[in-house]
Ligand binder design. Structure first.
Ligand code: PEP
Ligand code: MG
Length: 875
């Protein structure tokens, strides 16, 4: 027998997630736990991969396996697919290993056609229900399988409601719904030049195929890239017997979380609607009831549901997000999964579960996604500026945080305006999966419709972006790009502010203040610190950044980019003088002006770090980056230097390089102009002596780092300049001062000859930004323009500048670390490229035995947690 591609729910279990997807595995598991789940089967993720391997066709073997299982489902349900006298209807839902917004989600009521709907009407004695189900099915099928926009169907619904002068869907009569079906089908035909498919088996095949296809739609690809999900996982498809929440007042449907997904509070949280189906709860058209009200409507069902939620949570030992339907007073569970939650809730839940003895500390540390912590590090509103602000309206506090920005009205505008460096707030009637990129680009999201479980709310929480949803007072006009609230009109680019923790909306720009690590967050981070072995340093160029990083738990500085200090005020003048100097004396004069400034900077940084290690990297970028370009600046510089303008222009032209990234930069500058290294050494050493004098307890030990080395002899040449200068200063001052000289490994040749380089270098810091650039041979500044084609064509799945390419660049890093240790067993090894703040790259650093990672201040907590998880996963 060949591979098995379809499993009934009864054959599966919770361990089979890779094969059955999260939804399928959990449905199977709920059945194993004896819970009421409608019968069904799962088409596996391997079938999805097979579909792609076969060139986008579901092969005959899989098709016949699907229909065999359908026959079994008919037996179990005692109903027949396509039989008007006793019809089986099914739902078709996608379900990959990780829950993924952006993919095809759900088709309900599949199996209906003109005959079956009549049969269903008779059988249930409820024609309104039958036609309500039918119109929903046509709309969902047309939208998700055939790609017709939902909007037009909504317009047809609105037209009929207007004609009938009713407000709610539930007020429409059977005849109205019949008319709706007619118009839907006419629209379907007009758009697609074919009739709506009447053969239920054809409907099913098409729906399964649509799920497979949705695995590779642009939104799903974008989401995978954002969340490190490989395309090779594929998605499963769940086909399940329908149960109906829209059968009348004793039926209903809802979604609930075992704990509050916004705050983490241990209290059942959710919403339901009576006489409704699937999407109604999240679509935000009718306002749902709070889950606790179900107790009054149907006490037995409520008690049964609560008992199930408790059992599920202790079984999965995590907060659950569940969907249920009540059909004629009988409860059915349609889904359970570990619920998405805000970062704040994630921390609180992790902590509470340890206190409730459901989890160990290790397990709790492993359950929080490090990237999610980012949301906790964002600012909140400054209390003083809030005092005078008056909220213009209030919506639901869907995803916490504070956001200020300029209003835009669609996802594309959000992406393009944010790319220009603006803070944007995306204001929408409601959001849908195609808005995902715009939502990610926005600082905050405001929607008119939708509850706490609406698309906007769920997705924003997952992304850690502030969101206020269900702000019904707002009258929005997406065409004219305006919205109105209490008579006040807001246009595109007007400022507003959102408080995602209270739901308040302010019609102005408000000041924000930085976050702090305190309370639950602090305790959780202390647990993470117990387990990690990697140290976490920061990349900081100013005392202010250094202090910020310290409050986030940095244990040192892994990279001070000294050139960043040269761009400010008067300094740029001095550096320009140094660059265009014609003689060594001229250059030394300019360097003498820079010396006190650099020394002052380093003193500030040493003081801020209070004796923790500080790695100072010498001048790195190509010199022309500092040169004047405007004619005013050129004339001024020529005047200052007593030079002719034309002569200066000649010098500037002479500094032009075709490939500056591979040009006169890094260690090469110090080889050509050793006086630069001398000045920087003087600043580093004198600053350390001064700070140690004032604060002997700090005992600063500077780490001097030479960039862009590719050959041991060039390192030795510059190192000799450094040690000669440093030793003289130390001697002159009559003090004792230790210091280290090391290098960055950021050129492939340095990695290849790391054993030789380690003879001179007391430490290596992997500069994986340049190392990635030089290994791939594409520019870190320009690759963005074509890498998107690589992601679209799935040649690369991840940005190698954001996530370390372990296969290629990682091989060089690992080899260099090994060679370095062979020569110098106690060599210090760290990383300071952007990858030092990326969780999967951090795990790699842990595995190859680096001592520390260094990242930007705001990523320090993320790195601390990722390092702890790496240690726990690789015990
Ligand atoms: C690197 O190349 O990884 C690095 C940290 O240096 P920079 O980004 O300054 O080139
Ligand atoms: Mg570099």
């Amino acid at each position: 027998m060949g591979k098995k591609f379809v499993y009934t729910f009864h054959e599966g279990n919770g361990e089979m997630r890779d094969l059955l997807g999260g939804k399928g595995a959990n449905l199977a598991e709920m059945i194993n736990l004896g819970m009421p789940v409608p019968y069904g089967f799962t088409v596996t993720t391997e079938a999805c991969n097979q579909y792609y391997d076969d060139g986008g066709v579901i092969n005959d073997a899989i098709v016949s396996e699907i229909f065999d299982h359908l026959a079994e489902l008919e037996k179990l349900s005692e109903k027949t697919f396509g039989d008007p006298t006793n019809p089986l209807l099914v739902s078709v839902r996608s379900g990959s290993r990780a829950s993924m917004p952006g993919m095809m989600d759900t088709i309900l009521n599949l199996g209906l056609n003109d005959d079956v709907v009549e049969g269903l009407a008779k059988l249930t004695d409820n024609p309104r229900f039958a036609y309500d189900s039918y119109r929903r099915f046509i709309q969902m099928f047309a939208d998700v399988v055939m790609g017709l926009s939902k909007g037009k169907f909504e317009t047809i619904i609105d037209d009929i409601k207007a004609e009938k002068k009713v407000y709610l869907d539930t007020e429409l009569s059977t005849d109205d719904l019949k008319e709706m079906v007619k118009r839907f089908k006419a629209f379907y035909h007009a758009q697609l030049h074919e009739d709506f498919p009447t053969d239920p088996r054809e409907q099913l095949k098409k729906a399964v195929e649509a799920v497979f296809k949705s695995w590779n739609n642009p939104r799903a690809i974008y989401y995978r890239k954002m969340n490190d999900i490989p395309s090779s996982w594929g998605t499963a498809v769940n086909v399940q017997m329908m149960v109906f929440g829209n059968m009348g007042d004793t039926s209903g449907t809802g979604v609930a979380f075992t704990r509050n997904p916004s705050t983490g509070e241990n209290k059942l949280y959710g919403e339901f609607l009576m006489n409704a189906q699937g999407e109604d709860v999240v679509a935000g058209i009718r306002t749902p009831n709070h889950i606790s009200e179900l107790r009054d409507v149907m006490p037995e069902v409520y008690d049964e549901f609560v008992a199930i939620t408790k059992k599920l949570e202790s079984h999965y030992r995590d907060m659950q997000d569940m969907e249920f339907t009540i059909e004629n007073k009988k409860l059915f569970m349609l889904q359970t999964r570990n619920g998405k939650r805000t970062a704040k809730a994630a921390i609180r839940i992790a902590r509470d579960l340890v206190e409730e003895k459901l989890l160990t500390k290790e397990e709790a540390v492993l359950m929080v996604d490090p990237k999610q912590l980012d949301a906790l590090l964002h600012p909140t509103f400054d209390q003083a500026s809030l005092k005078h602000a008056v909220a213009i309206t209030r919506g639901l506090p869907a995803s916490p945080g504070a956001a200020t920005g300029q209003v835009v009205f669609n996802a594309a505008d959000a992406v393009s305006y944010a790319a220009k460096g603006h803070r944007v707030i995306l204001v929408r009637l409601e959001t849908s999966p195609e808005d995902i990129e715009g939502m990610n680009a926005a600082k905050g999201i405001l929607t008119v419709r939708g509850g706490m479980t609406s698309h906007a709310a769920v997705v924003a929480r997952g992304m850690g972006i502030c969101c206020v949803s269900g702000c019904g007072d707002i009258k929005i006009n997406e065409e004219t790009k305006t919205f109105k609230i209490n008579g006040r009109v807001f246009k595109e680019y007007d400022y507003i502010s959102l408080d995602g923790s209270t739901g308040n909306v302010y019609g102005e720009e408000l000041k924000t203040v930085p976050a702090q690590i305190a309370g639950d967050f602090e305790i959780f981070m202390s647990w993470a610190d117990e387990f990690r072995t990697l140290k976490v340093r920061t990349n900081a160029d100013t005392p202010r950044d250094a202090k910020q990083a310290l409050t986030f738990g940095a244990e040192g500085i892994g990279l001070v980019r000294t050139e960043h200090m040269f761009f400010e005020g008067e300094r740029i003048k001095a550096i320009r003088e140094m660059i265009v100097a014609k003689t060594k004396e001229q250059r030394e004069r300019a360097l003498a002006k820079l010396l006190p400034m650099q020394r002052g900077d380093f003193e500030g940084i040493y003081e801020a770090m209070e004796g923790r290690p500080v790695t100072i990297r010498y001048l790195d970028p190509p010199l022309h980056e500092f040169l004047p370009t405007s004619s005013y600046d050129i004339t001024t510089l020529a005047d200052d230097m007593g030079m002719e303008v034309d002569e200066l222009k000649g010098i500037i032209q002479g500094l032009h390089e075709f490939n500056p990234m591979m040009g006169h930069r890094g260690v090469r500058l110090a080889v050509s102009y050793p006086e630069i290294a001398e000045m920087q050494t003087r600043a580093v050493i004198e600053a350390a002596i001064n700070v140690n004098k004032a604060n002997p307890e700090f005992n600063v030990v500077p780490e001097i780092m030479i960039p862009l080395v590719g050959e041991v002899a060039e390192l030795k040449y510059v190192k000799d300049v450094v040690t000669k200068t440093a030793d003289e200063i130390i001697k002159e001052n009559g003090v004792k001062l230790d210091y280290l000289v090391g290098t960055m490994i950021e050129i492939p040749r340095a990695a290849l000859t790391a054993d030789e380089i380690a003879k001179e270098a007391e430490f290596f810091s992997f500069g994986t930004n340049d190392l990635t650039q030089m290994t791939f041979g594409f520019s870190r500044d320009d690759a963005g323009s074509f890498l998107n084609d690589y992601y679209d064509k799935r040649i690369y799945e991840q940005d190698p500048f954001a996530r370390l390419d372990q296969k290629g660049v990682g091989k060089l890093v690992e080899m260099a670390a090994r060679l370095g240790r062979e020569t110098r067993p106690d060599i210090k090894l760290g990383i300071c490229g952007e990858h030092g703040g990326d969780p999967s790259s951090i795990e790699f650093c842990h595995k190859i035995g680096l001592q520390y990672v260094s990242c930007s201040p705001f990523r320090v907590p993320i790195a601390r947690l990722a390092a702890a998880q790496a240690a726990l996963r690789n015990k």
